[in-house]
Design a protein. Structure first.
Length: 163
């Protein structure tokens, strides 16, 4: 085929595809990698007041935003769960065994957002390693993002409707 014919053919195909997108109501704009499929519920006034009163992890807010997490919610969650401590763990071990944990089912929570040890396989798939990776800011943020996209804020005890 002649190059001019191929160019004309490609333009027609692209024109038809764009027309189909418009007819179907689908945007041809590229999707922002940071945007979430979740509709972020508006934080309640009490939570906004808590954040305003300093119950937040300001030094991690930029990273929360970079990971696409709703900052007002997650800055408060990090404060509530770990008091902004990346190395927070709600368990104690002796000789390699848990001797105390806050969780009645024997699991433990780790890191900034207190990700539960029951997410062992997801942590391995998301962060490329064991539960100890949850003690890094980036792994904890990645896991928070995956959990948030999976089920919203209920993983941290919030029962909120999506807007």
């Amino acid at each position: 085929m002649d190059i001019d014919i191929l160019t004309t053919y490609r333009k027609k195909v692209i024109g038809v595809l764009v027309a189909l997108l418009v007819v179907c109501g689908i945007s041809a704009k590229p999707v922002d990698a940071k945007s979430s499929t979740n509709t972020v519920p508006k934080p309640p006034n009490w939570l906004l007041q808590e954040v305003e009163n300093g119950h937040r992890c300001k030094k991690f807010e930029r990273k929360m935003s970079d990971y696409g997490l709703p900052v007002k919610w997650f800055t408060y969650i990090a404060y509530r769960e770990s008091r902004c401590r990346v190395g927070a763990v709600n368990a104690k071990w002796r000789n390699g065994k848990i001797v105390w944990t806050l969780n009645s089912n024997g699991t433990f929570d780790s890191g900034l957002f207190q990700i539960n040890s029951g997410w062992r396989t997801l942590t391995k798939n998301t962060c490329g390693g064991g539960l100890d990776r949850l003690l890094s800011v980036d792994c904890n943020l990645k896991m928070a993002k995956v959990l948030y996209e999976d089920g919203g804020l209920h993983h941290w005890g919030f029962k909120v409707a999506k807007r």
